[in-house]
Design a protein around this ligand. Structure first.
Ligand SMILES: [Fe+2]
Ligand SMILES: [Fe+2]
Length: 290
């Protein structure tokens, strides 16, 4: 792939730029308005890169794309390694956008988990915080950013106008496909999220990696942590079952730790490693198949 093609497939200077944008959309309740100095200086170029990222995401996240990505990645035939090594492998995703203030992937995960731990939550909740973004290794397998991060949403039915940049769905072929462009599309009233295909990305991927090992609330947190149009705007209540609604209380509980536990003070990985290795060993097999 030529450099220019690579740039156009990956408009964000780092995956964190998407998360910074989510944070601007959903600032911490009760927090003072952040000054430019406190948060990454959001230059116009970065705003444009987020727009371009969503243009690609909304154009290409089709029903067909999701089925194709599941057929490929749910074979788990790419790599196998011990869990901690996989976390370090994720950390080879280099953030080149703002080396002074931004945290690497492992630091974000440790901060999320440590904030959950500090609040006295159960150990499986802490573990969930620690691994929740491991699915971003998709980038290391050559997937474009729009197939790894971004707000997630159901495919196979009408795209909600509560999803960020809804106008970009006009370029998605599913928007004019009558199988997929009605309120329910291929689904039925409150059929339950487990019967629904979500847009492809790091959330869905990690759910399938962990689904046999973690308690159900943990799996909801992992699978739907980027489904902002539902947990913030309730855009898909007509598809959720009563059980989904109950379980989304856990997604809501998790979300602030993901978004608001970022501080520029990096955790000391070597000090925390033994605790997290024990936690991984308690719930998960010795190795992870990616
Ligand atoms: Fe995430
Ligand atoms: Fe995260």
């Amino acid at each position: 792939m030529k450099a220019s093609e690579k740039e156009s497939a990956n408009p964000l200077s780092s995956l964190d730029v998407w998360e910074d944008d989510v944070l601007k959309r959903y600032p911490e309740p009760g927090s003072p308005v952040k000054s430019k100095e406190e948060f990454r200086d959001y230059e116009n170029t970065e705003k444009d890169s987020v727009r371009e990222f969503y243009r690609l995401n909304h154009k290409y996240q089709t029903y067909e794309n999701v089925l194709a990505k599941k057929a490929n990645f749910l074979k788990f035939d790419k790599k196998e390694m011990p869990w901690w090594s996989a976390m370090e492998y994720l950390n080879t995703l280099i953030d080149d956008s703002d080396p002074d203030t931004s945290l690497d992937q492992l630091q974000h995960l440790l901060q999320t988990a440590e904030a959950i731990r500090a609040d006295g939550h159960p150990d499986w909740f802490i573990l969930t915080g620690f691994i929740h973004d491991l699915g971003k290794v998709l980038c290391l397998f050559g997937e474009p950013q729009w197939n790894v991060v971004g707000d997630s949403f159901p495919v196979g039915c009408k795209f909600s106008d509560k999803i960020v940049y809804p106008e970009f769905f006009a370029d998605n072929p599913d928007s004019t496909d009558e199988r997929y462009n009605t309120k329910y599309g291929v689904y039925s009233h409150q059929c339950g999220l487990d019967n629904i295909h979500m847009s492809w990305g790091h959330d869905e991927y990690l759910y399938h990696i962990t689904k046999d090992y973690l308690p159900e609330p943990a799996l909801y947190m992992i699978r739907y942590h980027s489904f902002y149009s539902q947990h913030r705007e309730h855009a898909y209540d007509h598809l959720l079952s009563a059980h989904d609604q109950e379980m989304f209380k856990w997604v809501d509980k998790f979300n602030p730790y993901d978004l608001y536990s970022k501080s520029p003070k990096p955790p000391v990985v070597s000090e925390l490693k033994p605790f997290y290795e024990d936690l991984l060993a308690k719930y998960l097999p010795a190795t992870v198949k990616l």
